[in-house]
Structures are given as structure tokens and as C-alpha cells.
Ligand binder design. Structure first.
Ligand SMILES: [Zn+2]
Length: 225
């Protein structure tokens, strides 16, 4: 949620967010607007015929006679609950977003996949990997926290079991889905390599490469001179 940085006692339309100045308040769109969409014109070229709030600033019209193109019985009508809340896991949300992207012709689904990977899944993986290695330990009995595991393996206060506070599952959570989506949508090789590197980092941290215990004699066999 956005935290308020400035509180104002008098609202001056000139001072509100610029985005609000881009609202068109015309009752109907002129045919020129539709023609311009066919020519893929730059929106700024037809701004003057669209009756934007920005052109009314400083006049009494900045507060009144705002028109609209579609009537409604209730100005507050709309979805009461967004699918961001009804969908459970992040993976479900991702799948829903991508399936929508696939169905809308104007949306470039591989670009959506790339952006979600870059701005959500990768930072999450990197952040969790970092917090795993910097995590604190916790005693399950008395709740005492430790900056590093006690050498005895037990809580020095009560002798209880000391456990991790960040788990492997939290680090790996989005790894498989990231790999899968990267492949399925053919995201840039740079992004795929970043996922690959993370996969490598995660494996090197968690996989138990059973260390083969060798004795000095193992190096001496054969040519002992
Ligand atoms: Zn304890």
C-alpha cells in the first residue's frame, strides 16, 4: 500500500497526480478518434479533440460537467473481490495471467512471462537464497534465537532442539515454475541463464554431494618411493 507522504487540506486539481489529468470527460468519442486508432497515431496528436481534464485546469469546468460514454446504475459497481485475492498461490496467479495474455491478441505473452520472471520470481529466488544463508536459528522449546547454530546442536538455555527459521522449500518455491515458464515462453537467453545460475546456486547449497572420506594411504598406493 502507498503510504501518504504529503497531506493537503485544500485539493487543487493542478496539484493532483498527472495521470488524473489524462481522463477524457467527453460524452462521446468523435469519429476522428476511431480513424486515428486505425492509423495507430500517437495519442498526443489527437489530445486536443478528446476534452481531457488537463485542458480544463484553472477554469470552473475543472470541477463540473464531467461526461462519460457508458451509463451505470451504481458508480461503485464493479468486482467486489479481485482474482488476485480469489486465486490461491502465486503459481495459480501466474498461470491465470498468462492464460489471459495468450487469449488477448494485443498482448505479447512471452513479454509478460519475461516481465513476471524478472520483476517477481527472480528477485524472490535471489532474496530467499540470501536470507537462507543469513538466517537465524531458533530453539523449538523456549524460542530463543541464535545468530549461528550452537556447536553442541542443542539450545544452551534449555537443551531443546535448534532448528532453521528459513527452509529449503521457501528458497526453491519458484525455481521449477520459473524454469518451466522460461522454457514454455522462450524468454530471452539472458533471463534463462539467470534462472540456470540460480538453479546452480541453489543446488550447490542444498545438494548433499556425499564426501568420500579418503585416508592418507589412498594417495600412496602403487608408486611408493
Ligand atoms: Zn531453548
Amino acid at each position: 500500500m502507498d503510504a501518504p507522504l504529503v497531506l493537503t487540506t485544500r485539493i487543487d486539481p493542478k496539484e493532483v497526480d498527472k495521470e488524473a489529468h489524462n481522463i477524457d470527460v467527453t460524452a462521446r468519442y468523435p469519429v476522428e478518434f476511431y480513424r486515428a486508432t486505425q492509423e495507430i497515431k500517437n495519442p498526443t496528436e489527437i489530445e486536443s479533440m478528446m476534452d481531457l481534464v488537463s485542458s480544463r485546469l484553472g477554469t470552473p469546468e475543472q470541477y463540473e460537467h464531467f461526461m462519460f460514454t457508458h451509463d451505470t446504475s451504481n458508480i461503485a459497481a464493479g468486482p467486489l473481490n479481485s482474482s488476485y485475492k480469489t486465486l490461491g498461490s502465486m503459481i495459480e496467479k501466474m498461470e491465470a495471467q498468462l492464460s489471459l495474455a495468450n487469449r488477448i491478441r494485443a498482448v505479447d505473452a512471452p513479454d509478460v512471462a519475461e516481465r513476471v520472471l524478472k520483476s517477481h520470481f527472480l528477485p524472490d529466488l535471489i532474496g530467499n537464497l540470501r536470507s537462507f544463508s543469513r538466517q537465524r536459528m531458533r530453539c523449538i522449546k523456549c524460542g530463543e534465537k541464535f545468530r549461528r547454530p550452537p556447536l553442541t546442536g542443542a539450545c544452551p538455555k534449555c537443551g531443546g532442539n535448534v532448528v532453521l527459521t528459513v527452509h529449503e522449500g521457501a528458497v526453491r518455491k519458484y525455481l521449477e515454475i520459473s524454469k518451466e515458464i522460461g522454457e514454455r515462453y522462450g524468454v530471452s537467453s539472458y533471463t534463462r541463464q539467470r534462472i540456470e545460475l540460480l538453479d546452480y546456486d541453489i543446488c550447490s547449497l542444498f545438494e548433499n554431494h556425499k564426501v568420500k572420506q579418503l585416508g592418507l594411504s589412498d594417495f600412496m598406493s602403487g608408486s611408493a618411493r
